[in-house]
Design a protein around this ligand. Sequence first.
Ligand SMILES: Cc1cc2nc3c(=O)[nH]c(=O)nc-3n(C[C@H](O)[C@H](O)[C@H](O)COP(=O)(O)OP(=O)(O)OC[C@H]3O[C@@H](n4cnc5c(N)ncnc54)[C@H](O)[C@@H]3O)c2cc1C
Length: 330
Amino acid sequence: WPPDPTSAAVCTVGGNLAYNSAGPRAVKYGTPRENTLALEAVTGTGEVIRTGTRTTKGVVGYDLTRLLIGSEGTLAVITEATLKLTPLPEAKRTLQAVYADMAGAARAVSRIMAQPVTPCALEFIDGQAIDMVRPFARIPLPEGAGALLMIEVDGLAGCLDEASERVMEAARGPGLLSLLAARTGEEVQGLWEVRKALSPALRRLAPKKINEDVVVPVSRMPALIEGLQALSQRHGIRIVNFGHAGNGNIHVNLLVNPDDPEEMERARRCLEEVFALVLKLGGTLSGEHGVGLEKRDFVAMELDPASLALMQGLKAVFDPRGILNPGKTP
Ligand SMILES: Cc1cc2nc3c(=O)[nH]c(=O)nc-3n(C[C@H](O)[C@H](O)[C@H](O)COP(=O)(O)OP(=O)(O)OC[C@H]3O[C@@H](n4cnc5c(N)ncnc54)[C@H](O)[C@@H]3O)c2cc1C
């Protein structure tokens, strides 16, 4: 089953479905919504419902499967899932491309996504993040690096030379500082170490950071990163960005100290402007984390009143007594 959230070792399929959780592989294989055929669930009235089909096509009735996936446990408890499985690829290649700036990297992402070989991972970290993980890089990173892409290509073993050459060709362009292809398992590990060192480094620096996961169309990523840099300066809040570039899904980390009320107030104002920027660029407030309690007050920035009213109506039908994750409906 392709969905691969970082929490895969500890989370449940029910939790994955409730949050439509995904990871790097989503760029090629999609999220749980694209990889689930049918569900059994219990609504707030205690009724057991079966949604979807065991077939890969089916248009009878409304698509309740996609409605329940990502509904954050507010409409029904999922008790069974029919998952759409995908054969494992025979082989994989790992590439690392480093650029002088985000604009160069973002243009490369657009070029990579516009050619026929879709990578199975296209991850990004920004210049601030590169500086944080530079000491952990076994394979040295070039000076002046403003953005780094981790790229993986999978498929038939016999086709991978050409497939990765196509992706490397697309990665080449203005601003490219280095482009490496791992030749051994050890080199693969070495390239990924940089990306994997980031979360622990961030945790050490700002254990209670604000971690958002906004999404913009891939072509708007340079504008997003530029806008975030401007907001960071204006509000005096350090912002570090990384994420799933192939989906335009960026984890925006505001490094704050929650014990400093003045800084937290600046961060709150900064965050509102981050969300406004994302929506102006045609994006959405969350690609993975969902709404929950923390983003509930921001949802009306993105959804129109008629859609919100329909969602509240759906909640009332599925869960008239409001017993499923109360208080979390947008
Ligand atoms: C270290 C870490 C890394 C993470 N990395 C990622 C990532 O890379 N990508 C990503 O998308 N998310 C990520 N997450 C978020 C989280 O892992 C996912 O949302 C995950 O799918 C939650 O699953 P869980 O089993 O832990 O759910 P829980 O935390 O137990 O529950 C989450 C919510 O889902 C509801 N729920 C759980 N089971 C069901 C069910 N059967 N039916 C209906 N509702 C249900 C619960 O009521 C709750 O509201 C990460 C979280 C952590 C802690």
